[in-house]
Design a protein around this ligand. Structure first.
Ligand code: DI6
Ligand code: FE
Length: 425
């Protein structure tokens, strides 16, 4: 049996700074939290357990990246250059570039190279403090290649200290061999691909890209029905480029989340509230495609729809491998507040995965998955751009990552060092 007490830290247990506890302590037995609270209240029984001093760090639950397309072949830096020369995302997609070019690269890649490429994107997320990540298929668009993507996602979970939740996104784009036959492709998705992959245990949830360049409302609904028959929860890429009404449909199917939402209207917000659907905002995609239509933040707030943030890591619209950067973009571009973005990558992101009981909060009985941050205030997590801030990443009580050691000083890189020096004087 392993027993430990973590001491000397400030705790933000669920992403809400209001719930913070100064000078907290946490007792961990066999990877699970036995007790957590203010250090002065630590029960005597834990006094004999080995202590770890976190040096006055801020601690939050491990972060949750609840929307990624982390597994894919190749990249699209060339297309990025075309867009800089004036082509729009939709134009490129209509010309057979865009998603379909990643489909070609993903189909051509073998499992080992897909795994290596995805691992190289996952590692920076883990080092940054991400303890749970959702990974979608959707660049295979045929049974064997979708299976390959989902198997790679499952393999990442075996190799890395991170929870992976898989989402089948067969309805991401129309594969070239089905050109002009979208309904026939949806038959394939619903009748062959989804049942087979679900039977193999590769699918935790089902997603649809409901969009002019994706699938219609009627097609999306067929995919949702197929998911429902299998007892799988659904989510949707909705209202990203236009108002399709997908969110209201998703809400009717009690979707875990509706994602993107730039063009969402008030009726859609109300439907989300009633269904308990989380609004997943993706500021990386908004930024990267230089969108100007802002998601309806005020309306989401007014109706009390939980807001989550994610990287949307994908080669076409958000080549992002930093969730902390999304906090900054969420604040600067969407005018979200610091408490909103912190909850957006902890509690609310866990809800968007339907895993609120497992991730996004530190409480007795839960796995001791947390990050000790090298910051003096929580706002720094949203403030710095591109600065590694995790001093220690802990999963089930085990340290899985610590801040890198400076090759120049030989000491761990600690962003608080200067002010700590000052405090000591
Ligand atoms: N919306 C997105 O932003 C990504 N997929 C989607 O449905 C983009 C996918 C890509 O361009 O590769
Ligand atoms: Fe996406």
């Amino acid at each position: 049996m392993s027993e430990q007490v973590w001491r000397h830290f400030n705790l933000c247990p669920n992403g809400d700074p209001e719930a913070s506890i100064a000078d907290a302590a946490m007792a961990v037995r066999d990877g699970a939290i036995a007790w957590v609270g203010a250090a002065r209240d630590l029960p005597r029984e834990f006094d004999a357990w080995p202590h770890h001093d976190l040096g006055g760090a801020w601690v939050t639950p491990s972060l949750v990246d609840c929307h990624t397309h982390l597994v894919f072949g190749g990249h699209r830096a060339d297309e990025f250059a075309l867009r800089l020369a004036g082509a729009s995302y939709e134009e490129i997609a209509r010309r057979g570039g865009g998603i379909v070019s990643t489909v070609r690269a993903t189909r051509a890649a073998d499992e080992a190279s897909l795994l290596a490429a995805a691992a190289a994107r996952l590692e920076p997320l883990i080092a940054e403090g991400v303890g749970a990540v959702e990974i979608k298929s959707g660049y295979g668009l045929e049974l064997a290649s979708e299976r390959k993507m989902l198997r790679v996602a499952r393999e990442l979970a075996r190799r890395y200290p991170v929870s992976v939740y898989t989402t089948f996104l067969g309805a991401h784009a129309l594969p070239p061999e089905f050109a002009g036959r979208a309904d026939a492709y949806i038959d394939e998705v619903c009748e062959r691909m989804l049942p087979a992959l679900a039977d193999e245990g590769l699918v935790d949830a089902v997603d649809v890209f409901c969009e002019r360049i994706g699938f219609t409302l009627a097609q999306s609904e067929r995919v949702f029905e197929a998911a429902q028959r299998r007892g799988l929860p659904v989510k949707m890429h909705a209202e990203q480029l236009s108002l399709m009404g997908g969110t209201a449909l998703a809400a009717r199917y009690r979707a875990l989340s509706a994602d993107h939402l730039e063009f969402l209207d008030e009726a859609g917000v109300r439907a989300m509230k009633e269904a308990g659907t989380v609004a997943v905002l993706l500021p990386g995609a908004y930024y990267f495609i230089r969108e100007t239509q802002l998601p309806p933040i005020e309306s989401l707030r007014r109706h009390g729809v939980p807001i989550a943030l994610a990287t949307d890591c994908n080669p076409g619209t958000s080549p992002a491998t930093s969730l902390l950067s999304m906090l900054n973009l969420g604040c600067t571009l969407f005018r979200l507040t610091v408490p909103e973005v912190l909850q957006g990558v902890t509690r609310h992101a866990a809800l968007a995965l339907g895993r609120g009981e497992r991730h996004g909060e530190l409480a007795p009985g839960r796995s001791a998955d947390f990050v000790a941050w090298s910051v003096n205030s929580l706002a720094e997590l949203a403030y710095w751009i591109g600065r590694p801030l995790a001093a220690r990443v802990v999963r089930a009580g085990e340290t899985v990552h610590t801040a890198p050691v400076s090759p120049w000083t030989g000491r761990a890189i600690d962003n608080r060092a200067a002010s700590l020096e000052r405090n000591r004087k």
